[in-house]
Ligand binder design. Structure first.
Ligand SMILES: Cc1cc2nc3c(=O)[nH]c(=O)nc-3n(C[C@H](O)[C@H](O)[C@H](O)COP(=O)(O)OP(=O)(O)OC[C@H]3O[C@@H](n4cnc5c(N)ncnc54)[C@H](O)[C@@H]3O)c2cc1C
Length: 375
């Protein structure tokens, strides 16, 4: 049986970042991805926002890795010519009640260490974004957008240059514990079965991460690893492009489980609005055009010039959440599972937003865990 030191299941932005950090000359590292190329799931169906770390509970993995990822992503982009824009962001309040909630949000942002976040009002908002209607806002200068495909390509290139091997069109189907490691049985696109042994196993399977942990013998419900699908739908603005804000503009968050429908300026000069979030029983990327009225009602209070003719359905993505409807928001899990008798298994579960921003920080974090396993 073939043997490797490290196997990574999933070539989304997180698995790729782990591969780039954990690969070393002389170390055998294999990345399995069931699709024919990297980044075909959540990592290519998102807002591509570089978050500043303003919403998360201080000391959460989301908050810490987002902040570190924010700094790392700008550095990577500058050093390797990855397309990005440090647009900055406004979180806007258009009612007195929302404005009264901004100081709390500011306090969370500061507790998280988000750089340069401050309250702005009246004239200053008009100077920053003249066509946005708001009575007060948080200004987050470190927010921006990144070309997620280019970021993933960068991680893949670095991993390959350090000797990592990528197996695309290969799905992990069964996992057994053997000889202090894991036997992974896979199905190739051709249907050919194949198995190999790996000393360390990184589960970075996104929407399937709970199920992959279950393949290793973990009870998904007991561990709170069961993944719930939260679908996000986007509309594209295709008229009046000159009127749209060049900054990211987010509404005052409607509740703790969502950031609300916001603007997403893209790097080609266009703009999307989204995501509209809803729980989904299955992975379904269909876009319901009848959401148009809801998009207009959500965004018109702060983008008053928006009209129905300006928007057309665009795309959808699905977030991997560790909580379902009505349950409390839960943090990322990044965990070596030796206390469950699974020495060498590293689970990454529920890597929802801000997973793209956090990815350049998650890679080195997991690579240190891999180094400890391999000794
Ligand atoms: C609508 C939406 C908006 C978002 N907006 C933002 C944002 O603006 N900023 C931000 O920072 N984050 C954002 N996110 C979150 C971000 O996109 C995710 O956190 C990130 O992409 C997760 O990456 P991943 O590698 O864990 O998962 P994925 O990209 O889903 O990759 C997992 C991979 O594992 C593969 N896989 C699964 N099972 C197997 C198996 N058994 N064998 C082989 N391969 C397998 C899958 O095919 C997939 O390619 C958003 C997400 C969504 C859906």
């Amino acid at each position: 049986m073939d043997r490797v030191e490290v196997a990574i299941i999933g070539a989304g932005v997180v698995g790729l970042s782990v591969a780039a950090s954990a690969a070393k000359q002389g170390r055998s590292l294999l990345v399995l991805e069931r699709h024919e190329a990297f980044g075909r799931e959540s990592s290519s169906r998102n807002s591509e926002v570089i978050h500043a770390s303003i919403y998360y509970p201080p000391d959460s993995l989301k908050g810490r890795l987002c902040l570190e990822g924010n700094e790392r992503i700008y550095r990577l982009c500058a050093e390797h010519g990855i397309a990005h824009a440090n647009t900055g962001k406004l979180v806007v309040a258009w009612t007195e009640e929302q404005a009264a909630g901004l100081p709390d949000l500011l306090a969370t942002a500061r507790a998280n260490g988000a750089r340069g976040v401050r309250l702005v009002e009246g004239e200053e908002i008009r100077r920053l974004e003249p066509r946005v209607a708001a009575i007060a806002a948080l200004h987050c200068p470190s927010s921006g957008v990144v070309d997620s495909h280019a970021l993933m390509k960068h991680f893949e290139t670095v991993a390959r240059s350090r000797g990592a091997v990528f197996a695309y069109g290969v799905e992990a189907k069964a996992i057994d514990r053997r000889d202090g490691g894991f036997v992974v049985r896979v199905a190739e696109a051709s249907g050919e079965p194949y198995e190999f042994w790996s000393r360390a196993l990184v589960n970075s399977a996104g929407l399937e991460s709970g199920r992959v942990a279950a393949l290793c013998g973990i009870d998904e419900d007991e561990a709170l690893y069961r993944i719930h699908y939260r679908k996000g739908v986007y509309f594209r603005a295709h008229r009046k492009l000159a009127l749209y804000p060049r900054m990211l503009v987010y509404p005052f968050p409607p509740d703790r489980s969502t950031v609300g429908i916001h603007t997403v300026p893209d790097l080609a000069g266009g703009m999307r609005l989204g995501p509209h979030d809803s729980w989904s029983p299955s992975v379904d990327y269909g876009v319901d055009g009848s959401l148009l009225d809801l998009f207009l009602a959500s965004c018109r209070p702060w983008l008053p010039f928006l009209e129905a003719e300006d928007l057309q359905p665009d795309m959808a993505g699905i977030q991997a959440k560790r909580y379902g409807p009505g349950e409390p928001v839960r943090d990322f899990v990044i965990r070596e599972e030796s206390d469950r008798g699974l020495l060498g298994l590293i689970d990454l579960i529920g890597i929802e937003s801000p997973g793209l921003t956090a990815s350049p920080a998650i890679g080195p974090h997991v690579a240190r865990m891999v180094d400890e396993i391999l000794g």
